[in-house]
Write a protein that binds this ligand. Sequence first.
Ligand code: HPA
Length: 299
Amino acid sequence: MNRSADQLAAAVAETAALIRAGWAERPRAAIILGTGLGSLAEHIAIEAEWNYRDLPHFARSTADGHRGRLLAGRLADVPILAMDGRFHAYEGYSFLQITFPIRVFAELGVSFLILSNASGGLNPSLRSGDMLLIDDQINLMGAGGWSAIGGLPVRPEGTGKSAHPTATVSRSFYDPWLMSLAERIASDQDIPLRRGIYIAMLGPNYETRAEYHWLRTLGDVVGMSTVPEVLAAGELGLPVIAFSMVTNVFRSDDVQQTTSGEVIHAALNAEPNLRQLVTRLLMEWTSNSPLVPRPSPHS
Ligand code: HPA
């Protein structure tokens, strides 16, 4: 992966150009489908698709439950891009590699980002199958910003930006307007949805008993993704909304083994609620959005 800001910009432009050559639409939103949630892709009217291996500078999906293809098409008649499978730090990818697609989506002019993931429930009132609207996050991935898992610079060289912290305590990375729209749709459609804090661990192991006891004092759910993409969206000024599907719940009296098979199975069962919410969100967004459309490089 490239080091300088110029090289990074050139890599983003190259990938964006390839996508544009295969699909001339301007995407309104980009969706990242988390573990076990790829079945949402079956409801997209696909107009073009690429295996990640055919997209320059994209990493490969190696995790269970992640197919590794980029889809372009329509959901609720809205032109969108969807990642059927994402990249994780536990696969050995740097934050810069994980978030490369977000830079490409911004370059293609998407107005906002919809993220989804599977998570373990820490809050004892959660049940497997519950959907959480993430309203804040704790980054315990052991890497911050664009810092070096693989020797990458904190800031791409030549950006003229210093490496000072960029977030402040008052900052929310999650878009308040999108969150209240999602909550209104959920209540209209009788889809249970509550807000909560997502904690990101590096993984790849599910949490130990000791980690679980500690983490439940900090937040509502735990997973191994999303935080890098949210940080990148924040840097790029891209509004973001994120849904977490609770696939397993920790009980202090009965800490059972979590398996990836169980997580994928539970996510699959929870997918219809996510799909319904995301579909309506796109429909209503097109008619109501106060979000400023981003300039499209090709319009
Ligand atoms: N821990 C971390 N990530 C997860 C879990 C979990 O229990 N369930 C689904 N993703």
